[in-house]
Design a protein around this ligand. Structure first.
Ligand SMILES: Nc1ncnc2c1ncn2[C@@H]1O[C@H](COP(=O)(O)OP(=O)(O)OP(=O)(O)O)[C@@H](O)[C@H]1O
Ligand SMILES: [Mg+2]
Length: 378
């Protein structure tokens, strides 16, 4: 095994993650957070679930990440007619002739380093049970009674809807196996929509690839990041406040969120975990997808004030100001320009990061367009 490399030294695999993050985010429209989530999951050795309406880019992102990783891959689209053989391989005929009931797992989930399971809640109870064991325990018994470790490092799940609370035990258990879970929304901004319409190919062009060994190397380096005192305190306060609000993620979720936050800090090029890296915990620390994610995100923003979350909130404000303004009405346009100027002042007072810079460029562009449109209207 390779020795640990302290994260403060240049880390070539970290550079690869940074490059892939940039390339994925620049092709996929308004998917920065989803890109971060998937790369964080990869660094944390955890599974990730994206839930969103048809056609919002989930498969494009997940397929792109799988095209970046080397190793053995497995992808499947589940339907209620899918059978376990499609996931774990058929029973061996040669084995049967010898009175042995074993599966041939070549090319299937038990042999995959990286997996993408589309419509992951659609499978039958038998399928869900098989998946549950592989995702959770990362082991599989081909039928000979020997439980073997599977190489799986990351399972990417996608679905059009959250499993409802009335669904069976297997579904809720499988849902819980995804440490990082996020609702994906359709494109919100006007420039984003224009890019969607007038660019014919949104497939990210990735200049690197990453092997399972490199992923493991990065995971171990990320796990050595220490937590600053402030970040530790913030996480404890967040959990207390969440419990007061009636959000009590299970102990396993709380425990694993520590690794996810470390992974996110590593992805951000940090040498130690700071309160702002707690942003990613908003995707771990809840159980019920209906109201809890929003509550958790607000509590984390309030206590740890992560820049990224504040930027997202301010950008949503920009969209609502623009959406409510008739640019031909000079008084309205002036009011909107003043509001955008105020948002820009708030952005400029925040500690810099990539998303912040992008947000400021976007805001300046919108302000310019707003002014031009109202001049034209005179
Ligand atoms: N945010 C986005 N950025 C870039 N392209 C997008 C985006 N959203 C949708 N598209 C375009 O729409 C196509 C369809 O997206 P995709 O198949 O990834 O959706 P999906 O979320 O997986 O849908 P489904 O739930 O039906 O499987 C993409 O290949 C891409 O061209
Ligand atoms: Mg899809």
């Amino acid at each position: 095994m390779k020795p640990y490399r302290p994260p403060s030294e240049p880390h070539p695999v970290r550079e690869k993650f940074a490059q892939a993050r940039k390339e994925l985010s620049s092709s996929l429209i308004e998917r920065d957070e989803e890109v971060d989530l998937v790369l964080t999951a990869l660094l944390a050795n955890e599974h990730v679930l994206l839930v969103g309406p048809p056609g919002c880019g989930k498969s494009l992102l997940l397929d792109s990440v799988l095209s970046w990783t080397g190793g053995t891959k497995f992808a499947i689209l589940l339907t209620k007619f899918s059978v376990p053989e499609e996931l774990v391989g058929p029973v061996s005929l040669t084995g049967l002739k010898e009175d042995r009931y074993v599966r041939v797992t070549a090319g299937k989930l038990p042999e995959a380093d990286f997996a993408f399971i589309d419509e992951c809640f659609k499978g039958s109870s038998a399928i869900l049970n098989v998946m549950l064991k592989i995702l959770n325990e990362r082991t599989f018994d081909v039928g000979d009674g020997i439980v073997r470790k599977v190489p799986l490092k990351l399972c990417l799940g996608a679905s059009n809807e959250w499993p409802s609370p009335e669904t069976g035990k297997e579904l809720s258990a499988l849902f819980d196996r995804f440490l990082l879970r996020r609702a994906v929304s359709p494109i919100r901004s006007q420039p984003g929509r224009q890019r969607l319409l007038w660019t014919r190919d949104h497939t990210p062009k990735l200049s690197t690839t990453i092997s399972p060994i490199e992923v493991e190397d990065a995971r171990r380096a990320a796990a050595t990041l220490t937590w600053s005192k402030e970040a530790k305190e913030s996480l404890e306060v967040i959990l207390k406040e969440l419990s007061r609000e009636g959000v009590q993620p299970g102990d396993r979720r709380q425990f694993k969120s520590v690794t996810a936050v470390q992974a996110f800090a590593f992805l951000n090029g940090a040498d130690e975990v700071l309160p702002e890296h707690l942003e990613v915990a908003q995707h771990c620390l809840w159980d019920d997808p209906q109201e809890q994610p929003q509550k958790v995100s607000q509590v984390i923003a309030k206590i740890a004030n992560p820049t990224g979350m504040r930027v997202t909130q301010l950008l949503l404000e920009v969209e609502s100001v623009l959406g409510a303004t008739d640019v031909r009405n000079l008084a309205e346009a002036a009011k909107a320009a003043a509001k955008l100027g105020e948002i820009d002042r708030q952005l400029s007072s925040m500690p810099g990061n990539g998303r912040l810079e992008k947000a400021r460029v976007y805001l300046k562009d919108q302000l310019k367009k707003l002014k031009l449109a109202s001049i034209e209207a005179i």
